[in-house]
Design a protein around this ligand. Structure first.
Ligand SMILES: Cc1cc2nc3c(=O)[nH]c(=O)nc-3n(C[C@H](O)[C@H](O)[C@H](O)COP(=O)(O)OP(=O)(O)OC[C@H]3O[C@@H](n4cnc5c(N)ncnc54)[C@H](O)[C@@H]3O)c2cc1C
Length: 404
């Protein structure tokens, strides 16, 4: 996505662009698959709406009418003790806006909730210099709330512990709201009611992989030289090495592995099940379930035909799409058993299934002088971050080219 967006920005800005893609298809972790005859996303399936970044891209690609909100039905949390409870209605990344609300108490219990309430009594500056989300929540609301609410939500949504999430990237404006409001709970309430009356995430009717289809069409239309099966093996200022050939020009890297690994890779597995199960028409777990660490093994279950009304309509009653994500490997059989447990429903007939393994990219090493870098290892994960950063980086490069 970063490479496609950067290439499009550059070519629209008047540059002559060659796009080198190692694999035999464009899109990276935004990909499509057909399961049970239904065309579905295989990787990313939604995007954060913050700053309107991805919606703006979708609009410029002619997909404005197809940007859709997920169902308003509540999401659920599978706790470590095996019980499944609705996530607090007023919350941001699991941080409660009202620590003593009954839907918070039912998840974390009174001891943890009262500790979280301390947030309202301590100075607003406590934790305000945190670099990670984990530090902030621990400082203001305590370890228990971090473990039982915030970590399951971020692990389910972003496959990362709050201690590994940069505060300003994952929750833009939260630090400022804390300083303004003097409490984290009030900051959450403020952010929920003011700026974002819209849902925090959105999707594309037909799947977010449509962004890749439209981007690829634009690159072709505007004359970008797109070369699949072209793995870049070396990078320096003004040139790259690809399959024994040296290509010269300004270099913008959007491939996370290219600059050397700092951290080991991690595998994420997405199992998609298409099932016939009329009991699921009642949406027993709303749009899905996030799983607390120490509980069942999946990270998250998405009831896709409920989460995305367009998909439910397309598939029709009785048939459902369930997507179960794991850290590490998993099988369709295991996912079926986990889905039954998480949904509390026996899945009568599994019509079809697909298992896709994704490698989470390692953090990248430093770029050589004079080489431009974007992509999720630089911008942070998620399409909103990736698209915004790729656009800005390509614009900066255009500016530089204009002055050469
Ligand atoms: C299972 C899964 C679900 C996700 N769900 C969501 C979601 O719902 N919402 C959301 O916002 N985000 C989601 N994400 C994250 C999101 O998909 C990514 O943050 C984003 O797509 C990353 O884009 P990218 O261009 O930086 O990297 P990638 O998608 O990893 O693309 C990198 C590209 O570089 C190519 N490449 C690698 N090395 C070379 C080389 N040497 N030479 C040439 N090409 C090379 C690769 O083949 C690939 O095409 C999800 C990720 C996964 C894995």
């Amino acid at each position: 996505m970063a490479g496609l967006v950067a290439a499009r920005t550059l070519v629209l800005g008047g540059a002559r662009v060659t796009l080198l893609e190692a694999s035999d298809r464009l899109g990276g972790t935004v990909a499509q698959q057909t399961v049970g005859g239904i065309l579905l996303d295989a990787g990313a399936e939604s995007f954060a709406t913050r700053r309107g970044t991805v919606a703006r891209l979708a609009t410029s690609l002619g997909l404005a009418e197809d940007v859709v909100e997920p169902t308003a039905k509540q999401e659920w949390l599978r706790r470590a003790d095996g019980s499944t409870v609705p996530l607090p209605a007023v919350s941001l990344l699991g941080i409660p806006g009202v620590p003593l609300a009954s839907d918070v108490l039912s998840v974390v219990g009174p001891r943890v909730a009262f500790r979280a309430l301390l947030d309202e009594l301590i100075p607003g500056t406590v934790g305000a210099r945190s670099t990670t989300l984990g530090q902030l929540v621990r400082a203001r609301m305590g370890q228990g709330l971090l473990d039982e609410l915030v970590a399951p939500v971020t692990q389910g949504l972003h496959s990362r512990h709050p201690d590994d999430l940069d505060l300003d990237r994952i929750a833009p404006g939260l630090r400022q709201a804390l300083l303004r409001e003097g409490s984290l709970a009030r900051a959450v309430r403020d952010l929920q009611t003011s700026a974002t009356a819209e849902a925090p995430i959105a999707g594309i009717r037909g799947g977010v992989h449509r962004l890749v289809i439209e981007l690829a069409a634009d690159l072709q239309r505007f004359g970008v030289d797109v070369r699949l099966g072209s793995r870049v093996t070396a990078v320096e200022e003004g040139a790259v090495q690809v399959g024994g050939e040296r290509l010269e020009g300004s270099v913008l890297i959007a491939a996370p592995h290219l600059l050397g690994r700092v951290k080991p890779d991690e595998t994420l597995t997405v199992v998609t099940l298409v099932v016939d199960s009329p009991e699921l028409d009642a949406a027993p777990r709303g749009g899905g379930v996030l799983v607390a660490e120490g509980g069942a093994r999946p990270l998250t279950l998405i009831h896709a035909t409920v989460k995305w009304p367009w998909l439910g309509e397309r598939v029709g009653p009785g048939r459902h799409v369930i997507r179960v994500s794991y850290r590490g490997r998993a099988t369709a059989k295991q996912a079926t058993a986990d889905a039954e447990q998480l949904l509390g429903v026996a899945l009568a007939t599994v019509v079809d299934s697909a298992v896709v393994e994704w490698r989470r990219p390692a953090a990248q090493g430093p770029a050589p002088e004079g080489v431009w870098v974007t992509g999720q290892a630089t911008s942070g994960t998620g399409l909103a971050a990736v698209v915004g950063h790729a656009t800005a980086t390509a614009e900066a490069l255009l500016e530089r080219l204009a002055h050469l």
